[in-house]
Design a protein around this ligand. Structure first.
Ligand code: MRU
Length: 365
C-alpha cells in the first residue's frame, strides 16, 4: 500500500486564494493565512511567514499571477517580477519560479496572462511534490545502504543529523532533506533524527521538530554546537541538509551553521548529503563567492521568542544593551565537503562536471 502524501503546506481555496500556515506562529499555533495579492505574497516571504527555498519560489509564482490580475502589461509584469524578486536574496528558487512564470506568459496576449500565470504556479507546485518525493526515494536508498554497511549496529536506529528546516514546511509537500522520513518504509532500519536548533530563528527547534513530531518520526533537538561531539562519538550515521542555492561548481549555500556541520562530518568520516532539487542549482553563480548571503536584523540574535507558562507568546532579550550583533542568515559549504548532491534525477558528486552532465550543459571541471 502506498503511504499517503504528507499534508500540503500550500493549498488553494475555492475562491482562488492561496492558503498556507504562518510559520512565524509555529509550533504553538497553527494559523492559516490567506494570500490574495502580490503584496500579501511579498509580505509573507519577507516576514518569513513562508520560508524555505521551494516554498518561497511557489509563493513568488502565485504573487506574480496575482499581480497580473490587476496589470497584465509588459511593464506590470516587469515591475511585479522585480518587486517579488527583492523579497529575499539567497534562495534562487524565487528567481527560478518567477522567471518560469514570466517566460510562460510574456509570449501571450495581456488578457491571457493572469490565468496562464496562475496555472503555471500550480504546475510548479505539483512538480515540487513529485521532485521532493523522488529525492526522498534516493535518500532512503542511500540511508538503507549505510544501515546495511554498519557493523555491530544490533538494530540500533540509524542516526541522521539535519540543520534548519528542509522539510514539508519548506516546500509544498515532503520537503527535501526530510523527505526520506516520510518514506520510512523504504529505509531498512529504524531512524532517529538529531535536529539542530538552528539559531538564531530556531527553524530546527520550532519547525523541524514540529513536523517530525506530527508525523511520528523519532527525533531529538540538540544545541547547534552539539553535532561535533555526537559525530566524534560515532552517534551520527549521516548528515542531510537542504540548500538555498547551489553554484555551478557544486558549492552549497544553506542556513548558517551548515558549513560547520560539513567540516565536522568530514573530520569524522560521516557522509554529508545535500538534498538538492535541480531548481536550486544556479548556473549563473560560478562558485559560492558569487552567492549573495542575506544579512538579517540583529534583533534575531539579541532577542528570542517563545511561549510563556500561561500560553502567551513573548520575546525576551538575551544580549546586553549596547553589544553589536552581526547576523548572516546563510553560509557556503565548499563542494569538496559534500558527499553527494541528491537531486530528483539521482545522486551526483558536487562538482561542476557532474552538474553540467546532469543539466546537459557545458560546465566547469
Ligand atoms: O531562512 P529560511 O528558513 O528560509 O532557510 C531555509 C533553509 O536554509 C533550508 O535549508 C533551505 O531553504 C532548503 S528548504 C528545502
Amino acid at each position: 500500500m502506498t503511504p499517503p502524501t504528507p499534508p500540503r503546506t500550500l493549498w488553494l481555496d475555492d475562491r482562488s486564494r492561496v492558503m498556507t500556515l504562518d510559520q512565524t506562529r509555529l509550533p504553538f499555533e497553527q494559523i492559516v493565512i490567506e494570500l490574495d495579492s502580490q503584496a500579501a505574497c511579498g509580505h509573507a516571504i519577507r516576514t518569513m511567514q513562508v520560508r524555505g527555498a521551494p516554498l518561497i519560489g511557489a509563493v513568488g509564482a502565485y504573487g506574480l499571477a496575482f499581480a497580473l490580475r490587476s496589470d497584465s502589461s509588459d511593464l506590470g509584469l516587469q515591475k511585479a517580477f522585480e518587486a517579488l524578486l527583492a523579497s529575499r536574496p539567497t534562495a534562487v528558487n524565487l528567481r527560478w519560479a518567477l522567471t518560469r512564470v514570466a517566460d510562460r506568459v510574456r509570449v501571450l496576449a495581456p488578457h491571457e496572462r493572469a490565468q496562464a500565470a496562475w496555472d503555471e504556479a500550480g504546475v510548479i507546485c505539483e512538480e515540487d511534490v513529485t521532485c521532493n518525493r523522488a529525492i526522498g526515494v534516493e535518500l532512503a536508498a542511500l540511508l538503507s545502504g549505510i544501515a546495511q554497511r554498519r557493523e555491530g549496529a544490533d538494530g540500533r536506529a540509524l542516526d541522521v543529523l539535519t540543520h534548519c528546516n528542509a522539510g514539508r514546511l519548506a516546500t509544498i509537500a515532503y520537503g527535501t532533506a526530510l523527505a526520506p522520513f516520510y518514506l520510512l518504509e523504504r529505509i531498512s532500519a529504524p531512524v532517529h533524527v538529531w535536529v539542530d536548533e538552528t539559531r538564531p530563528r530556531n527553524q530546527g527547534a520550532s519547525l523541524t521538530a514540529w513536523e517530525l513530531g506530527q508525523s511520528g518520526v523519532a527525533h531529538t533537538v540538540i544545541a547547534d554546537n552539539a553535532g561535533g561531539l555526537l559525530m566524534m562519538q560515532g552517534r551520527v550515521d549521516a548528515v542531510i541538509v537542504g540548500c538555498d542555492r547551489v553554484a555551478a561548481n557544486g558549492d552549497v549555500a544553506n542556513k548558517v551553521g551548515t558549513y560547520l556541520k560539513a567540516l565536522a562530518a568530514r573530520a569524522h568520516g560521516v557522509p554529508f548529503y545535500v538534498a538538492c532539487p535541480t531548481s536550486t542549482i544556479d548556473l549563473q553563480a560560478r562558485d559560492g563567492e558569487a552567492i549573495e548571503i542575506e544579512a538579517r536584523d540583529g534583533r534575531e540574535l539579541s532577542h528570542v521568542a517563545g511561549r510563556l507558562a500561561d500560553g502567551s507568546r513573548a520575546e525576551v532579550q538575551l544580549v546586553p544593551d549596547g553589544s553589536a550583533t552581526f547576523n548572516p542568515a546563510f553560509d557556503v559549504t565548499p563542494a569538496a565537503l559534500v558527499t553527494a548532491l541528491v537531486t530528483e534525477r539521482g545522486a551526483i558528486p558536487a562538482s561542476g562536471a557532474a552538474i553540467a552532465r546532469l543539466l546537459n550543459t557545458r560546465g566547469q571541471g
